[in-house]
Write a protein that binds this ligand. Structure first.
Ligand SMILES: NC(=O)c1ccc[n+]([C@@H]2O[C@H](COP(=O)([O-])OP(=O)(O)OC[C@H]3O[C@@H](n4cnc5c(N)ncnc54)[C@H](OP(=O)(O)O)[C@@H]3O)[C@@H](O)[C@H]2O)c1
Length: 331
């Protein structure tokens, strides 16, 4: 399977490239890494050009403008990067018969839910900030493109003109009949992992500053989510690809949930940093983009029937790297 990964240098992109290099179904050439300048989400022609030149069978779209505050300051740019670029990519994929795995976010939901249940794919998205709005617009545009050109957007078998029962477009009777290209939307939340500059790294830096100034560390106590380790998410995506049928909306997160303050306490304890934490309300933490207070996604059942491991178990695999980095920096 010829798999291309956009945003291959990002947090998830790197994890995907590593996992795909070892996957039995990618073949000896391995995955295709699409990063700038080859693939630029600011270039409306980039998607069609890349698909034409490389002819991938599957594209995993991990590139995005993930600067949520930047998106809040420049919502039009957010729409260009997180929605129009997705529309162009989806159009190019479905026309070429390639599957698309679109990475999206819990921020398509406003997080005002109070019944303690995680958001499920059936729940109606309603973004609470421009980043979420741009990501939802990307989801909608991709679904529209796949529907328009006969792709599959759910597991119910809405097979269109490229489907198994149709005549090959070339008219060559011996040509294999392409299966309808599939669109998978994979929503995740609170991603962390190499190359750092993630919540654990930022909380450790803030803890060092707090300790130096003799102040407690103030962390939001009423924002709840599921910390998700990028390599675990990558494995979850590979499991979908290996299963072959993956059209539809998937929620992939490590199991369990925790508040930002609880997550911070866990990070400090695992790295041996002792700084008192004072919990503050989300409403007092002002920033351009308002994050959803309830960022919990109900994970969908993967083909194996086994959800990703609990977030604490995943973090136990990452903590040694953080400890080594701190030791190397004399902390
Ligand atoms: N981080 C989270 O907590 C989180 C939570 C939920 C969902 N998600 C979603 O998960 C996906 C991956 O996120 P991530 O955390 O891996 O993000 P990331 O580390 O910020 O990576 C984003 C990638 O997009 C690329 N990119 C940015 N602008 C680009 C442009 N103009 N042209 C081409 N590529 C561009 C970046 O390229 P460079 O390396 O060249 O900068 C980078 O490789 C995104 O769809 C995001 O919306 C993230």
């Amino acid at each position: 399977m010829r798999v291309a990964v956009t945003g291959a240098g990002g947090r998830l992109g790197r994890a995907l490239m590593t996992a795909l290099q070892e996957a039995p179904f990618t073949g000896p050439l391995g995955p295709l890494a699409w990063s700038r300048p080859t693939y630029d989400i600011d270039d409306p022609e980039a998607a069609a050009r890349c698909i034409r030149q490389a002819a991938p069978e599957v594209v995993v779209h991990a590139a995005a403008w993930t600067d949520v505050d930047g998106c809040a300051r420049e919502p039009e740019r957010a729409m260009r990067r997180n929605a129009m670029a997705v529309a162009e990519l989806a159009e190019a994929c479905v026309r070429a018969g390639a599957d698309l795995v679109l990475i999206s976010t819990n921020e398509v939901f406003d997080g005002r839910r109070t019944d303690g249940r995680g958001y499920a794919p059936e729940d109606r998205p309603r973004p609470g900030n421009p980043y979420g709005a741009s990501k939802l617009a990307g989801e909608t545009a991709a679904q529209a493109a796949f529907l328009r050109h006969g792709g599959l957007i759910d597991g119910l078998g809405a097979v269109g003109p490229l489907g198994p029962a149709s005549t090959p477009a070339t008219g060559a009777s011996s040509a294999p009949i392409p299966a309808a290209p599939q669109l998978a939307i994979v929503r995740t939340a609170w991603l962390y992992g190499p190359p750092g500059n993630d919540f654990p790294a930022r909380i450790l830096a803030a803890a060092d500053r707090a300790r130096a100034s003799g102040e407690p560390l103030r962390v939001v106590g009423d924002e709840i989510g599921s910390p998700t380790f990028a390599p675990d998410l990558a494995e979850g995506i590979l499991e979908l690809l290996a299963a072959g049928m993956f059209a539809g909306v998937h929620h992939i997160v490590n199991s369990g949930s925790v508040s930002r303050a609880g997550w911070a306490r866990h990070v400090l304890a695992a790295t041996g940093v002792e700084v008192p934490i004072v919990e503050i309300p989300l409403a007092t933490w002002t920033r351009p983009s308002v994050p959803p207070a309830w960022a919990v996604l109900a994970p969908t059942l993967p083909p194996s029937g086994e959800h990703l491991r609990p977030w604490q178990a995943a973090f136990a695999d990452y903590a040694p790297l953080l400890r080594r980095e701190r030791a190397a920096n004399g902390r």
